[in-house]
Structures are given as structure tokens and as C-alpha cells.
Design a protein around this ligand. Structure first.
Ligand code: C2O
Ligand code: CU
Length: 699
């Protein structure tokens, strides 16, 4: 074994770095000198608490944690965690709501890494949560059983928020995995392991100087420094996430034992794959089985990163001890987790299963389209880019047709290795230019290692979720690279040819608030107030009949006109669902959308609306009401007279609507949680050129 003495020393928690060049950088916490005789004791591994159910509440907080005796470090954590966050358990097939509150004093987002869901629910850089604000992501869990994670994704703030500790695991269960004889007692024989490393200043705070802190000096295992864990002498499952900013790991055990890969990023592999070493790059997950049933209680072993002597471009292989590219862990084999073998539990498994599942992967012959993405160092610059193009939040870089099977080639230049991640899909790696695809990578993946100077090809199918306004991201998962622009975005569209391009041929995203009220809209609104609303008799998406007379016989009617592609309309819908819930006894909310039944159903599913919706593909009802399609709400009093038209939404307009409903129902006003609503009026996207803005009048 290479570096035996060094490794043993590191595993024992004894610093050997006194032999190395002293770290540079001002005020950085250095390793104690070997002559000090100080040995850092192991600390017991923290196991993140569990959150489960169909409604999950997460809040991101500033907090602190003690990593070093007698000192505290400022950190971020979700819920009560002092670093990192709870593990969220979800079941395949369930409709879930994940509600996130941002208690930071800067924007954040929460991205559900690896999950297949509508782009608007993805928590990428477009789904910003303002300081003090909240955001709800509702979706149906479609992924296979495996280990996923959540983390912040606000553009240019991702590295910072991750450095402070924001993140958490997601464990999905499904019927196939549940039937297998696999360890699944969380924290006992099924152990979540999140690895990352941090550099500290001498005052024990995290060093955060962007690219300078891509490599930490000290490994944290679930946020625990020098972690140890007691594991029963039986089959044990380790769910490992590389949550580093940039460092990769070459995983193995100190006694060089064989262990078994049972799941990759997006699900079980067909059968357990025996390995002695495997690389795990930033953002990647793997589930391992380790058989401890022949180990004696009292014995110990270590999970080790065999990172010394890697080829150029392996992140963390740079030999320096300090500076931008160095760290106290670079180019070393270091212990990641000290395992103390304990007595077996009563539910002990001892056999590696032979078969796990039968995956159907997309193959070459099914490919409808191909594209190549180059990871190139910007000409004359220092940052990385896709195809020399800087990242732009308002530009669509690629459009994929819904349902297509595509082959993507990631072409990495010779500058360095990267960790490529794509949202929305799980893919299958089909080839690597630098050799065969390792067996342990031959399962569902959402993140892959692109070594320096290599080409990697994967195949994915872009299914289920289309939107011409909400994009998915792809990027390098090294947060420092991502923040500096090694990111792009793609739309999955039902009809890519219909997307509007500007004169340069670029598809741009509309900004949400760039469509203020026009004088025409305002006079229309004023003209209609106090007139009798047009009657209608139609059916909702489920075929239940909706008649104007019946709807207005006893209750107020809130007609909500929806432009199907407008993100503002979608956001407002969730508020109107709250209105419906709060005023159920005195009003009915009905949505009217400019779409056919199939599209309308897909929209309703995406948004998770609970009120009836009328598909109005020819805009007949929309026209009858003189409504702009997006975010245009008409309140009709019992009996049928229009009370007021709300041409957009904001906390203020929703409060007004609420007050009017209370007045009409002769009830007291119901309190709605409106902290998510924009303070400024959002009028939506009428998809028509807008004349002069008149926003002020309705704010
Ligand atoms: Cu784990 Cu785009 O992210
Ligand atoms: Cu990168």
C-alpha cells in the first residue's frame, strides 16, 4: 500500500503535515505540529434526522457548530441542523409538497438534485426565494429508489451557501427496492455519508474566498470532523454523497476489501458490482454494501480516499499544501470514516443479493438527436465555459423535443477534470474516450466525471415535462466552476420549432415583471366593474359540469384567467388555491386556461391546483370576459355582478381580494399566508407587445 505510514498516521488522526511545507494563506488554521504530540480524537458521526410524509417543511438558517474544542464556527443548516440538513424520505408515486423558508439575509433556492420533475419545481437559479420568503415545490415522485440530495442553487451564491453547510439527502423508496433483502434501518445498518472538506481561518471560521477555497484542509463526514461510527457485524449499506466544492475521491477500505456497488445516482444497478476502488466526483452518489459479518466486534477498519498519485486533472491531486490549488488533503490518501465493528443486530443480513433489478437503458439505435457540449477554458480568460459562451440567465442554450432520446457528448479540453451534471433526466454513460466505462458507472446517472482531455457520451430520454418558459440547467457541479459560469440551460419543448428567436437566433427568457399594465387594460377593467358577468355552461377537466348560474347562486365566484406558458400565472395559481381553501364556504375559484384538455391537465398537475379548471383553447370564455390571459382575476358577487377585476397579483391585490370576499360573505377576513407573494404587482405575460406601463396605479 502506498504511503502506508502517512496513511496510518492520518487514519489515527495524527497530523503528519509538519513534514510538509507549511500552509500559506493569511490567518489559516494550520495542522498542529507533530512535535506537539497532539492527536485529534475521533468524534462520533452525526446522523441527520429524518423528515418524511407528503408535506415536508425545510427552513434554511444561519447557525453555528463547534468543530474544534472550545470554538464555534458560523454555519448554515436546514431546520435544526447545525451544518447540513435533515434526510428527506420520499415514496415513488406520491404527490408531495416541499415547502422551503429562507431565513438567510440573501436569496437562495433549493434544488432537488437528481429528481425528475417540472422545471418550475426544480429549484434551480430561476426559482429564487427572497430573504424571509418561502417557496413551495409540488410534484409527483417519479424517480427510482436511490439516494438524491437537495442544495442551494442561486447563481453565483451556490459555492458560498454550500461552503457554510446548506444541503441534505433525499432517500427515495420504491416497491422494487423495498422487496429486496437489503439493509434499510437508517442510521443502524443503512448509513448516510456526506463527505466534504473545509478550510478554516485561525479564528475557526470557514475560510471562504471563492476559488481559493475549493479544496478544504479538513474532511467533514456528515459535518463531523475525524468521524467514527460503530457498525454491526453484518451486511451494511453506505449511502455516499460527494458534497465537496471540487475534490474527487478514489474510495476504498484500509484492508483493501471488496465492497459492492448496489446503486448509482438514479437507482439500483442490475446486480451488485464488486469493486476495491471507485472514483466518486462532486455531486455523485453511490450506495455500497460492505460485508462486516466476518469481522469481529471490537475490530476496526477505515473508509479511505486513495487520492495520492492520481493523474493530472483529478480534482485534489495538485500537490500544493496551500494557495489556490492546494490544501492539507491534496494528493494524499486520507481516512474518511473510522469504523468500529460492533455486535450484530437482531435483523442481521449477511449475504450480498445476486440480483437487484432489471433496468431498461436507452440505446444508440433509439437516439433521435445528438449534441456535443464542449467544456473549454475561455479564450484569454481564466474561467471555464460551455462552448466559449458565458452563462446568461436569459438565454436558452439548447432546446430538446419532449420525448426524444438524445446522445450528449461532453468534450472536455485538456485544462482540468470536471463533474458534469444535468437536471431533469437520469442518463446512461455509453462511452468514454479514455477507456472502457467502469462497471460501477453502468447504472442510472445524473452526474459524471469528465477527466481532463476526454470525451464522454451519455444517452437520456427527455420525458414527461415540457415548458417553453422554464428551463433546466446543466453545469459543472464543482460549485466554484458553476458560479463562475460553467453552466447552461435547456428547454424541453413540445414544439421546439414554435419557439421565438431573436434576430441573433437566440431564444430568450421573458422576465416576469416586464409586462406592466397598459392603459387599455385599465380602462377595460374599469368598464367591466358593476356589469353583469357573461354566463356560461361548460365542464371542467374531469367532465363535471360548471354552470355560471349554479356557481353564483349562493357564493362568490373567482374566475382566474390563465396563460398556460406564463410563470406568473402559475405562481398566482398557488395563491388562488389558498384563497379557495380559506374561503371555501363563501366562494368558488375556477381557472380558465387557453389550452386543450390534455395541456390543461398537464398544467394542473405541474402546478398542483386543487380548484376546477376549464380548458378554453379558443379563448372563447377568455374573450367573453375581456380578460388578458395571464394573472387576471375577476370577482363575481353572488347573483352574477362583477365586483372587481384584479389585473395581476401581489400581496396587496391578494389582500384586497380577501377583504372583498369577506365583505360579500358577511364573514370576518381569513388570514392568508402571503409572505411568498411579490410585494410589487406582477401582471404576467400577455404575450403581446405592451404599450405604456401604468404599474403604479395598482400597487
Ligand atoms: Cu446538484 Cu444543478 O445541481
Ligand atoms: Cu468544473
Amino acid at each position: 500500500m502506498k504511503h502506508l505510514s502517512l496513511q496510518i498516521a492520518v487514519l489515527l488522526g495524527i497530523s503528519t503535515f509538519a513534514f510538509a511545507q507549511a500552509p500559506k494563506g493569511k490567518g489559516r488554521r494550520e495542522a498542529p505540529a507533530a512535535s506537539s504530540g497532539k492527536v485529534r480524537p475521533y468524534q462520533n458521526l452525526w446522523i441527520p434526522p429524518v423528515l418524511s410524509g407528503k408535506v415536508i417543511d425545510l427552513s434554511l438558517n444561519k447557525t453555528k457548530k463547534s468543530f474544534w474544542a472550545g470554538a464555534t464556527t458560523a454555519t448554515y443548516g436546514y431546520n435544526d441542523a447545525q451544518f447540513w440538513g435533515p434526510t428527506v424520505f420520499l415514496n415513488q408515486g406520491e404527490a408531495v409538497q416541499l415547502r422551503v423558508k429562507n431565513n438567510l439575509d440573501e436569496v437562495t433556492t433549493v434544488h432537488w438534485h437528481g429528481l425528475h420533475l417540472p422545471a418550475a419545481m426544480d429549484g434551480g437559479p430561476h426559482q429564487l426565494i427572497q430573504p424571509g420568503g418561502s417557496w413551495t415545490s409540488s410534484f409527483v415522485v417519479k424517480n427510482n429508489a436511490s439516494t438524491y440530495w437537495y442544495h442551494p442553487h442561486p447563481h453565483e451564491l451556490t459555492q458560498k451557501q454550500m461552503t457554510y453547510g446548506a444541503g441534505g439527502l433525499i432517500i427515495i423508496r420504491d416497491p422494487i427496492e423495498s422487496k429486496l433483502a437489503l439493509p434499510r434501518t437508517y442510521g443502524v445498518d443503512d448509513i448516510p455519508l456526506v463527505f466534504t472538506s473545509r478550510r478554516f481561518y485561525a479564528d475557526d471560521q470557514f475560510s471562504f474566498e471563492g476559488d481559493n477555497d475549493k479544496y478544504g484542509d479538513y474532511l467533514l463526514t456528515n459535518g463531523t470532523l475525524d468521524a467514527q461510527v460503530g457498525l454491526p457485524a453484518q451486511l451494511v449499506r453506505l449511502r455516499i454523497l460527494n458534497a465537496e466544492i471540487e475534490r474527487g475521491y478514489d474510495l476504498g477500505f484500509s484492508d483493501n476489501r471488496t465492497f459492492y456497488v448496489i446503486a448509482t445516482d438514479g437507482g439500483l444497478v442490475d446486480k451488485p458490482i464488486p469493486v476495491k476502488r471507485m472514483k466518486l466526483m462532486v455531486g455523485e452518489r453511490v450506495e455500497l454494501l460492505v460485508n462486516l459479518s466476518d469481522d469481529k466486534p471490537g475490530a476496526s477498519l477505515d473508509l479511505v480516499a486513495y487520492n495520492s498519485g492520481q493523474v493530472f486533472g483529478f480534482p485534489g491531486s495538485e500537490p500544493g499544501r496551500g494557495g489556490v490549488n492546494g490544501s492539507l488533503l491534496n494528493n494524499l490518501d486520507f481516512g474518511m470514516l473510522h469504523i468500529n465493528v460492533a455486535a450484530p443486530t437482531s435483523q442481521r443480513l449477511t449475504k450480498i443479493p445476486e440480483v437487484l433489478t432489471r433496468n431498461h437503458f436507452w440505446v444508440e439505435s433509439e437516439v433521435n438527436a445528438r449534441r456535443t457540449l464542449g467544456i473549454y477554458k475561455a479564450r484569454g480568460g481564466s474561467t471555464f465555459s460551455f462552448d466559449y459562451k458565458p452563462f446568461d440567465m436569459h438565454t436558452t442554450n439548447h432546446v430538446v423535443k419532449l420525448g426524444d432520446v438524445e446522445a450528449w457528448t461532453i468534450d472536455n479540453d485538456r485544462t482540468f477534470g470536471h463533474s458534469f451534471h444535468i437536471h431533469d433526466v437520469q442518463f446512461k454513460i455509453v462511452s468514454r474516450s479514455d477507456g472502457p466505462v467502469p462497471e460501477y458507472e453502468q447504472g442510472w446517472k445524473d452526474t459524471l466525471y469528465a477527466p481532463s482531455g476526454s470525451r464522454v457520451v451519455f444517452i437520456a430520454r427527455f420525458d414527461d415535462y415540457a415548458s417553453d418558459t422554464d428551463a433546466f440547467m446543466y453545469h459543472c457541479h464543482m460549485a466554484n466552476h458553476e458560479d463562475s459560469g460553467l453552466m447552461g440551460q435547456f428547454l424541453v419543448s413540445r414544439n421546439p420549432a414554435s419557439l421565438k428567436r431573436n434576430s441573433a437566433g437566440v431564444i430568450q427568457f421573458r422576465d416576469r415583471v416586464e409586462h406592466p399594465l397598459t392603459p387599455a387594460m385599465i380602462s377595460n377593467i374599469e368598464r367591466q366593474a358593476k356589469t353583469t358577468a357573461p354566463a356560461f355552461k361548460t365542464a371542467d377537466l374531469n367532465g363535471s359540469s360548471l354552470s355560471f348560474a349554479a356557481l353564483t347562486a349562493q357564493k362568490s365566484l373567482v374566475l382566474y384567467f390563465i396563460e398556460r406558458e406564463c410563470p406568473c400565472a402559475r405562481d398566482a395559481a398557488s395563491f388562488l388555491a389558498q384563497v379557495q381553501a380559506a374561503y371555501a364556504d363563501t366562494c368558488t375559484v375556477v381557472g380558465v386556461i387557453n389550452a386543450d384538455t390534455t395541456t390543461a391537465k398537464a398544467w394542473a398537475e405541474t402546478v398542483g391546483v386543487r380548484f376546477p379548471i376549464i380548458a378554453d383553447p379558443d379563448c372563447a370564455l377568455i374573450r367573453a370576459y375581456g380578460a388578458e390571459r395571464a394573472v387576471y382575476t375577476t370577482l363575481v358577487a353572488p347573483g352574477g355582478v362583477i365586483v372587481k377585476i384584479y389585473p395581476g397579483y401581489s400581496a396587496q391585490t391578494l389582500k384586497e381580494l380577501s377583504a372583498s370576499l369577506a365583505r360579500l360573505g358577511r364573514i370576518s377576513e381569513r388570514v392568508l399566508a402571503l409572505e411568498q407573494a411579490p410585494q410589487k404587482l406582477v401582471v404576467g405575460c400577455p404575450l403581446q407587445p405592451i404599450e405604456k406601463p401604468l404599474v403604479a396605479k395598482f400597487q
